[in-house]
Design a protein around this ligand. Structure first.
Ligand SMILES: Nc1nc2c(ncn2[C@@H]2O[C@H](COP(=O)(O)OP(=O)(O)OP(=O)(O)O)[C@@H](O)[C@H]2O)c(=O)[nH]1
Ligand SMILES: [Mg+2]
Length: 325
């Protein structure tokens, strides 16, 4: 890390922001220390953005929606960062290229910043990087950060743990067919947007919205997430979606629920880091790493109780006086 990186990020320099995000994504131990120093230096400047998860099944229209929604926001004077977690990037080179073309106008706008993030090997890693990237975007002065994930179940729960609100995009389609979205996920949503509400699909989109709305009402009553119709292609419903999000924010901020949620997220982030770092600490020492591998085999085979095996490993680690860096 160069000494002026925090100041350059704070000044809104996007090349510096890109370098900062690359640093938090790095798996090198030395970069981890530098990334932590960088974010710690910028921490007083964080927290100022509305953090919004945008999720939905493959092909639902996430990128098209974000382009249209983002252009609406920046036209209104907002500064928007988009962190797109790209699960396909490891295998196929990803849809990053596709996203650049789908979000081309937004990508070129001076008030917008789009950053695709390779999903990498494990969800835990993505979660840490994405949380830290959100903080860097806030320090750089963005007032809204969208985190785009493909809805495959696990990623929504991760995104719910790091954002203020989850916007779920749903396919037009009728009946009780939830079109690839798991029920549990719909329940996590703060706002449901049925996409492609245009042309031939408009009628199906309307039916899908009615179905989702009545299902959510049965579950949550008057507190149910609103369901709106949007079209990323025509721009229909985009302003209404932005207004719905503003209303959610105003309500959650006034009640103190937003601050409480963020505090809870920070504490669970700490706890998940503790778990991760204890495992890394054990893995550093060859004997302890072997002990961990043996414990994993034993619990997998049903020969050991996870709680007892974990206690033994931690005791052993402490006895050996291991240094976790
Ligand atoms: N008619 C119509 N088609 C749309 C709309 N939004 C997206 N599409 C089409 O749906 C397809 C998928 O759109 P994307 O925006 O790439 O969807 P996505 O959810 O980002 O897809 P992945 O990133 O691959 O999961 C494309 O062929 C789009 O042209 C819309 O508002 N109306
Ligand atoms: Mg996409």
């Amino acid at each position: 890390m160069t000494a002026d990186l925090p100041a350059r990020i704070a000044a809104g320099d996007r090349r510096a922001l890109a370098r900062g995000i690359t640093l938090v994504e790095s798996t090198l131990a030395a970069d981890r220390v530098a990334a932590e120093d960088l974010i710690t230096a910028l921490l007083p400047r964080t927290g100022g953005a509305l953090r919004v998860g945008v999720s939905g099944p493959p092909g639902v229209g996430k990128s098209t929606f974000i382009e249209s929604f983002g252009l609406h926001l920046v036209a209104g004077g907002r500064r928007l960062a988009v962190l797109a977690v790209d699960p396909s990037s490891r295998i196929s080179g990803g849809s990053i290229l596709g996203d650049k073309t789908r979000m081309s106008a937004l990508a070129q706008h001076p008030s917008a910043y789009i950053r695709p993030t390779p999903a990498g090997d494990q969800l835990g890693g993505v979660a840490r990087h994405t949380r830290e990237a959100i903080l860097l975007c806030e320090a750089a002065g963005f007032d809204m950060v969208l985190v785009e994930t493909v809805g495959v179940g696990q990623s929504e729960t991760a995104v719910v743990d790091m954002t203020d609100f989850l916007v779920l995009l749903a396919q037009p389609g009728g009946g009780d067919d939830l079109q690839g979205i798991k029920r549990g996920i719909v329940e996590l949503a703060d706002l449901v947007l049925v996409t492609k509400s245009d042309g031939e699909l408009a009628a199906a989109a309307g039916r899908a919205a009615a179905d989702h709305q009545s299902a959510l009402h049965l579950l949550h009553g008057p507190e149910a997430a609103p369901v709106l119709l949007v079209s990323g292609l025509t721009g229909a419903g985009i302003a209404e979606a932005a207004a719905a999000l503003d209303a959610l924010q105003a309500k959650a901020a006034a009640s103190g629920r937003l601050a409480g949620k963020r505090a809870g997220q920070a504490i669970s982030w700490l706890r998940s880091e503790l778990v991760q770092q204890v495992v890394e600490w054990l893995a550093q020492d060859p004997a302890l790493a072997a002990g961990l591998a043996a414990a994993e085999r034993a619990v997998a085979a049903g020969r050991a109780l996870p709680s007892a095996a974990a206690r033994r490993l931690v005791r052993e680690g402490l006895r050996m006086g291991g240094d976790s860096r």
